[in-house]
Design a protein around this ligand. Sequence first.
Ligand SMILES: Nc1ncnc2c1ncn2[C@@H]1O[C@H](COP(=O)(O)OP(=O)(O)O)[C@@H](O)[C@H]1O
Ligand SMILES: Nc1ccn([C@@H]2O[C@H](COP(=O)(O)OP(=O)(O)O)[C@@H](O)[C@H]2O)c(=O)n1
Length: 237
Amino acid sequence: MSTSVAATPVVVAIDGPSGTGKSSTSKAVAARMGMRYLDTGAQYRAITWWMLHAGVDIDDPRAVAAAAGKPSIVSGTDPLAPSITIDGTDVAAPIRGERVTGAVSAVSAVPEVRTLITDLQRSIAAEADGGIVVEGRDIGTTVLPDADVKIFLTASPEVRAARRSAEVSGRAGAPAAGGADVAATQAALLRRDAADSGRKTSPLAKAGDATEVDTSELTLEQVIECVVTLIEERGRR
Ligand SMILES: Nc1ncnc2c1ncn2[C@@H]1O[C@H](COP(=O)(O)OP(=O)(O)O)[C@@H](O)[C@H]1O
Ligand SMILES: Nc1ccn([C@@H]2O[C@H](COP(=O)(O)OP(=O)(O)O)[C@@H](O)[C@H]2O)c(=O)n1
């Protein structure tokens, strides 16, 4: 197992659709390699939470654009304790709720939102002295096109929905996920994939120079090892 701090700051971009293992893999890789970690999805979720909270009509892109610059988002990049606040409020828990998940694709499709959050992501990456693993949808294509290592994670819709359902039903107070729940989760994931891949500005896409890893048949540990190996190989070049 590698525990060394990256010799030169390495920037790693990990993209892919929901449930492919981006967050779990990125956090573990960053922790093992002494790097920072940035969950860009959490930032889009936080601004979506704020819009809903502020009563902004998220189906009106002009209203979303006009409000986008108002809140201040702060992302903590310790992979062992990532955090997210908006205007000083800790929103780590509420941004995972169904309401935000159902609204986030509409908010994140608004170009003014993307410009603001992309600038924030670039400044966080630029300040990460020990290197950083940044995960999202457009990191390798748009946010950090010069990243040292680019990875695009995939998995079958069935596997992704099963993972997500198990995760949600494992939360305190949640009912166990039955077959119908998994089917509904899969339908919601595919709707979000379609919205994220189909938007005009910086859609979910694999960068031409990204390595694609299908995680359907891999354990989380195998995916982590695969990414660590790709980073170490890049370091030897
Ligand atoms: N390779 C894997 N095998 C089994 N479960 C996994 C694997 N990768 C991730 N998971 C689990 O699937 C769920 C979703 O993973 P997550 O990392 O949040 O994906 P993403 O960030 O791509 O949406 C989590 O509960 C995680 O523990
Ligand atoms: N770089 C990114 C990251 C997320 N997003 C948006 O934010 C949403 C939530 O991202 P997430 O990574 O938290 O989603 P999950 O994979 O955890 O379900 C996505 O569905 C996209 O709409 C984006 O547009 N660009």
